[in-house]
Design a protein around this ligand. Sequence first.
Ligand code: MN
Length: 323
Amino acid sequence: MSGTFFQPVDAAEVPRFAGHSTFMRLPAVHTAAGLDIALVGIPWDGGTTNRAGARHGPREVRNQSSLMRRVHHVSGTEPFSIANVADVGDLSINPIDLIDGLSRIETGMDQIVAAGAIPLSVGGDHLTTLPVLRAVARHRPVGLIHFDAHSDTNDRYFGDNPYTHGTPFRRAIEEGLLDPKRIVQIGIRGSIYDPGEHDWAKQQGVRIIYMEEFVTRGAEDVMREARSIAGDLPTYVTFDIDSIDPSMAPGTGTPEAGGFTTREAQQMIRLLAGVQIVGADVVEVSPPFDLAGMTALAGATMMFELLCVIAKQVGDRRYAASA
Ligand SMILES: [Mn+2]
């Protein structure tokens, strides 16, 4: 089967620092038709309220993703042998019009979903996840496993503006895209504007696991709960790079001290095995604030971890169907 799947450029023939920059050194294709998993960039930070720059994320994550190899060293998963994966490029965006930007992202993501591919995207700020969910959850609400320093369930900003990277999950719940009782947010921390800032989310049934609880319980226990909240229904996974400590991922718009190590984040993504993932993203990598590409590398690494979990699920499903 793997003979028919797209493959990364062979590092023994073209060294990893050479050639075109695509996600995981995979072929760049123009359509998601025939793909199991579509790697896609969303270079848009129109929802950023403070330090902009995540629009540059996809290009730098592509660059650092050239460091990824073919085989996951713990699970043994070979994602490119068991699933058809390629880089479908960047979605069309509008850098100067927020509403049109959201609309274009939704349209582009619709095409990927209609082609039957699971989208694994790289932002962009966290508002990009809202139009992605509008496409992924068009026909039924999905669950959400959300790694972040911030809950992103605020209501309004600067008057009556409903759309910022601090509001996507409130809007997604209101729009019926997410089942709030199947949402778990992990790693939440940092100063807040108002003591009641997380009350609305909690009242909807969102489970917020603050960083301090994660430190006490550890990854295994927290992810056991996360998997049970997601259940065996369709679930989206969103990974904000600011969930990682700024000492390891400084290149982001809203850093918060006291976060995950990259190793803890990798461990948690591996523990997603068994979750029915219908889409995933890595957001808020902001190269203008990065140092030596370390945050883009962390983002590319989380993308590879997610890819391996999703590919395993695709491969298992294909094997079950052919058995
Ligand atoms: Mn976020």
